[in-house]
Design a protein around this ligand. Structure first.
Ligand SMILES: Nc1ncnc2c1ncn2[C@@H]1O[C@H](COP(=O)(O)OP(=O)(O)OP(=O)(O)O)[C@@H](O)[C@H]1O
Ligand SMILES: [Mg+2]
Length: 285
């Protein structure tokens, strides 16, 4: 840990007397938590400041959405958490499950907008792929993957190849694969961004169902405010690049929720309007 620039900078910040963020306690450091403390990301080659002094604390089991204009730095922040960026581009402190980010961190499962399924593997083969790479025994991972395919509504399609699945079905497989990893932290970058409205609503409810049952930590990037508000405990609103946090809004909707049912709930629409107003404020500031 001491060798990681992101980690050593904590001590640097303390020694330099710079203010340290309000870190509320062990919840910010334990398994499943993410702590982002005064993190800036600058791509030196392009001299491009992408993330500017961002602090954010996500507790284990929370569902947090991040919204913000295109190109502001949302994916970059997730990539840093997943250990996919060279440490030297970042300043500040990031702790993922209490440790500096690193590539291949088993605490993290990362799901993207494009399903990225292997075309030569069946739905089952794809659903179990991550677990296979992590060395989970065949019987165990296959049973788990089958259960998850059932949960995402793909019972009967276990032996079907991606080319014979619709885009929504492929994204269901990707969702099953993400949950099959058993990682406490799920990073999801616009996972339903390419889907039609109906399929999206269905998959949002599938995701909420899985999350409500298993309580993983979810960091969910989306351009769809309705999606963010309906699923999340908190919605974090970011400014145009360089990304700063301009609002961090609690979503006081009861759990368990159904995204479909919320579409008719006046409280949901009031909260949606508030988040929208905060986003607009940031865009015009
Ligand atoms: N490896 C990199 N090297 C240089 N610049 C990069 C790199 N990765 C991202 N950027 C730049 O950082 C900025 C933010 O990109 P990022 O992908 O994080 O945006 P985003 O908020 O996810 O946008 P979108 O909503 O469109 O997905 C962009 O200007 C992009 O060109
Ligand atoms: Mg992005």
């Amino acid at each position: 840990m001491a060798t990681h620039p992101l980690a050593t900078d904590v001590d640097g910040a303390a020694a330099a007397g710079r203010p340290r963020p309000a870190v509320t306690g062990p919840a910010a450091h334990g398994a499943g938590s993410i702590l982002i403390d005064r993190v800036s990301i600058e791509f030196d080659a392009a001299r491009l400041l992408v993330v500017d002094d961002v602090s954010l604390e996500i507790k284990a089991g929370e569902f947090v959405s991040i919204v913000g204009p295109s190109g502001c730095g949302k994916t970059t922040l997730l990539n840093l958490a997943a250990g996919l960026l060279p440490a030297e581009v970042a300043r500040g402190t990031m702790l993922v499950g209490g440790k500096p980010p690193r590539k291949g961190n088993r605490d993290i499962a990362y799901m993207l907008a494009r399903d990225a399924l292997s075309p030569w593997r069946t739905a089952l083969g794809n659903a179990e792929l991550g677990a296979e790479i992590r060395g989970v025994p065949a019987g165990e991972r296959r049973t788990h993957a089958r259960e998850l395919l059932d949960r995402v509504g793909l019972k009967g399609f276990e032996d079907t190849y991606p080319k014979a699945l619709s885009q929504g079905m492929r994204q269901r497989v990707a969702l099953a694969r993400t949950f099959a990893l058993d990682s406490p932290i799920l990073l999801m970058d616009e996972p339903f961004g390419a889907l039609d409205a109906q399929t999206k609503l269905q998959l949002e409810d599938v995701l909420l169902g899985l999350w409500q049952q298993q309580k993983r930590t979810v960091v969910f990037i989306t351009h769809d405010l309705s999606e963010a508000v309906s699923m999340s405990d908190r919605v974090v609103v970011m400014s145009p690049r360089p990304a700063r946090i301009i609002a961090d809004i609690d979503i006081p909707l009861e759990r368990p929720r159904s995204v479909r049912a919320l579409q008719k709930d006046p409280l949901f629409h009031r909260i949606y309007a508030e988040v929208w107003a905060r986003l607009e404020e940031g865009l015009t500031a």
